[in-house]
Design a binder for this molecule. Structure first.
Ligand SMILES: Nc1ncnc2c1ncn2[C@@H]1O[C@H](COP(=O)(O)OP(=O)(O)OP(=O)(O)O)[C@@H](O)[C@H]1O
Length: 273
């Protein structure tokens, strides 16, 4: 064997010096993207898309340019929450994200489907390809913080997202009644494998507040989030109540008007990345 030049690109030997090849894709050459934050959950319906949207809106309120990359291809709900009905435009240069009323850039498969109620019945590799294209072919104009609504689970698609996009940190969304410990453990293991730091945990639907006396009701029983977070050395960044106004804001496409200060610590954690 000839002497090692430490240049793996021009050598076919499989020695201990060889570093794993990065599969990270370059974004579109006209994109300007700052930090990328993934929002994950162990299962559907815990409010991952809602938390993604609330974080984007909160960051935007702090004068940052924000974007939402809807990587939840089979359950895209971001455009509806922001009240976006326009389709995405494209030309020879690439695809352009839609803009929300207050300026958040959004790309979602729903902006490409003829009818937003059409189901996405594609196999894993096709879905993974779409996610990749949202990174490489979309011209993200100017973004300080891109929030990625991650596909659920640990299959093909989330793996592609982690391998394709340089994610700077992830936030885990759970609810009190979930098998929280197991879900947090899975997310922690996946993030470690992918070398992505976890910023912390957001507990959604944490409690309900009595509209008359303000008493907090633990609808799903006592939360164990603090102990679990401690076990994994993670901070609890927010506890969001079950709030009919939030559900209505999602349904009416008016998430940008939400009122509530639950996410301040989560926003600070993102700003510190
Ligand atoms: N804290 C909350 N208060 C009231 N409604 C909520 C709250 N969190 C979520 N919801 C409602 O629950 C529904 C599911 O939320 P969302 O789409 O964010 O979940 P998800 O985890 O992204 O689900 P999926 O993975 O299936 O897309 C939405 O209609 C949303 O309005």
């Amino acid at each position: 064997m000839s002497e090692c030049t430490h240049d793996c690109s021009s050598c076919s030997q499989n020695c201990g010096e060889r570093k794993p090849e990065s599969m990270l894709e370059k974004p579109h050459e006209l994109s300007k993207i700052g930090k990328v934050i993934g929002v994950v959950s162990g299962k559907g319906g815990v409010g991952k898309s809602l938390v993604t949207s609330l974080l984007a809106v909160s960051l935007q309120r702090n004068e940052h340019k924000t974007a939402v990359f809807d990587a939840d291809i089979t359950g895209p709900s971001i455009p509806k929450m922001f009240g976006i009905r326009d389709k995405a435009r494209g030309d020879d240069m690439g695809l352009y994200p839609a803009k929300s009323k207050l300026g958040t850039e959004i790309m979602s498969v729903n902006l490409l489907l003829e009818n937003e109620s059409d189901p996405v019945i594609w196999r894993g590799p096709v879905i993974a390809g779409v996610v990749k294209q949202f990174w490489t072919d979309v011209i993200w104009n100017e973004v300080d913080y891109m929030m990625v609504d991650m596909p659920p689970g640990t299959g093909d698609v989330p793996l592609t997202v982690f391998q394709t996009i340089p994610i700077n940190g992830i936030i885990i969304v759970t609810t009190p009644q979930e098998l929280v410990s197991m879900i947090v453990e899975k997310a922690v293991k996946m993030a470690k494998l992918m070398n992505v730091p976890i910023l912390g945990i957001v507990e959604n639907m944490s409690y309900a507040e009595c509209p008359d006396c303000g008493k907090k009701i633990q609808v799903f029983g006592d939360s164990h989030i603090e102990e679990i977070a401690k076990e994994y050395g993670l901070p609890v960044l927010a506890r969001i109540p079950m709030n009919p106004k939030l559900a209505a804001a999602c349904d009416k496409g008016m998430i940008e008007l939400f009122e509530g200060d639950w996410l301040q610590d989560a926003v600070s954690a993102i700003e510190a990345v």
